[in-house]
Write a protein that binds this ligand. Structure first.
Ligand code: HSE
Length: 437
């Protein structure tokens, strides 16, 4: 059978990995796909680099629109990134009847509904395994492997940069800013790390996973996003003493009245496997009603791990290329006319447990005042840690772990605690998840 022709938009780190792995494993991949998969047209701004990588094995251009218009191309692989040009190119490729494989989480989280609708209308596939957690086949698992289940929740370490920073902060007791500088020097963090450290990248990925897990549209604009840039090494240390690790988690939960979709630093028990995912590694924990807990672990970035996911999509699209579009796996796992309109809950309605740290005067009645405020708002205390004041100090850190409470009640409690004369400064609040059912 004649090879399937792929047009590659961008032959940088990931694109180069796709080229290399496709060549190296050509025989194995064609045995799986049923025909050869050949990158025949490549667009990149750096023509010399593209020529070097491909060694004359494909046509090269600096005009990505020429690739999406090329009548010989069956599948377009979009590895350009960003929301604007990438959106235009993907929509043009679909309009031209081409299947699309993309690693672009930002594009799908923000414009996915429009892109999937266009693909549906045209009868083409848009595959995006590489958009979430790099080489971990989490999209496949959520969309196909777990399709017997009512997925109840998922929680993932889905940003390697921040997990690396948190691991280093804990290991070496260093401040966020110092570790970030080191991470940039080592190439773990970008020169502009905002999307990673402020949780935006993780929120893109959590948005995509929530859509597939629960059969809801992409709703990135409703996700709650809090990054790690304000995290204090003190809290990592106290969390450790209480038997917890702090991770930046992307969380999606199916509740009766809506969906929780949130990214924030989270205390999780050290004894959970996922708490021990360190460095730049990723992991996603998914809870289905039939299967219980399942955990997926691996590299969330890098040339060949991401290429592994892109090529798996190429194999899938190649196998289903001639299938009736009605018999293909739906983009968001659920049939497009059966998506749920369950709302994303505002953060005030989210229920979770909390770690609260405050600086209090070391005198009688202070703890009584705090516990009264918590009791008045039906917030139950699970554990408490009070340090002896340092030599010559009259103030001390108090750490309180609560049972599950409503976020808006905790907001109200924090306002009242901060207003107490015996409390100095702001209350630090970090959310906490047991991740056990
Ligand atoms: N910047 C991401 C991370 C990798 O740090 O995990 C690509 O999604």
């Amino acid at each position: 059978m004649k090879p399937i022709n792929v047009g590659l938009l961008g032959i940088g780190t990931v694109g180069g990995g796709v080229w290399t792995v496709l060549k190296r494993n050509e025989e194995e991949i064609s045995r799986r796909a049923g025909r050869s998969i050949r990158i025949s047209h490549v667009a990149d701004r750096n023509l010399d680099h593209a020529r070097n990588v491909t060694g004359g094995g494909a046509r090269i251009t600096d005009d990505a629109y020429a690739v999406v218009a090329d009548p010989d191309i069956d599948i377009v692989v979009e590895l350009i990134g960003g929301y604007t040009v990438a959106r235009d190119l993907v929509l043009k490729a679909i309009e031209n009847g081409k299947h699309v494989v993309t690693a672009n989480k930002a594009l799908l989280a923000v414009h996915g509904n429009e892109i999937f609708a266009a693909a549906q209308k045209k009868g083409v596939m848009v595959a995006f395994e590489a958009a979430v957690a790099g080489g971990i086949p989490i999209i496949k698992a959520l969309r196909e492997g777990l399709s017997a289940n009512r997925i109840q929740w998922l929680a993932g370490i889905i940003n390697g940069t921040t997990n690396f920073i948190l691991s280093e902060m804990r290991d070496k007791g260093l401040a966020f800013a110092d570790v970030l500088k080191e991470a940039q020097r080592l190439g773990y963090a970008e020169a502009d790390p905002t999307f990673d450290i402020e949780g935006v990248d993780a929120a893109h990925k959590a948005t995509i996973m929530s859509a597939i897990a629960f059969g809801i549209p992409m709703q990135f604009d409703k996700a709650y996003i809090e990054g790690i840039s304000k995290l204090d090494a003190t809290d990592i240390k106290y969390a450790e003493q209480l038997g917890y690790r702090i991770k930046l988690l992307g969380i999606a939960k199916h509740k009766k009245n809506g969906i929780e979709l949130r990214v924030h630093p989270t205390l999780i028990p050290t004894k959970r496997l996922i708490a021990n995912v360190e460095g730049a590694m990723n992991a996603v924990l998914v809870w289905g009603d039939a299967v219980g807990a399942t955990l997926y672990y691996g590299k969330g970035a890098g040339a060949e791990p991401t290429a592994s996911a892109v090529i798996a999509d190429l194999v899938d699209v190649t196998r289903l290329h001639t299938a009736d579009p009605k018999n293909r796996v739906p983009h968001l796992a659920f049939q497009p006319d059966r998506l749920s309109d369950l709302p994303i809950l505002p953060m005030a309605e989210v229920e979770t447990a909390y770690y609260l740290r405050l600086t209090a005067a070391d005198k009688p009645g202070v703890l009584a005042d705090i516990t009264r405020i918590l009791a008045d708002l039906s917030i139950s205390i699970d554990a408490m840690l009070q340090k002896e004041p340092a030599e010559g100090e009259s103030q001390t850190d108090v750490v309180i772990l609560t049972h599950v409470a409503l976020e808006k009640d905790v907001d109200a409690a924090i306002v009242r605690i901060e207003a107490l004369a015996s409390i100095t400064g702001k209350v630090t609040r970090i959310r906490m998840e047991e991740l056990n059912g």
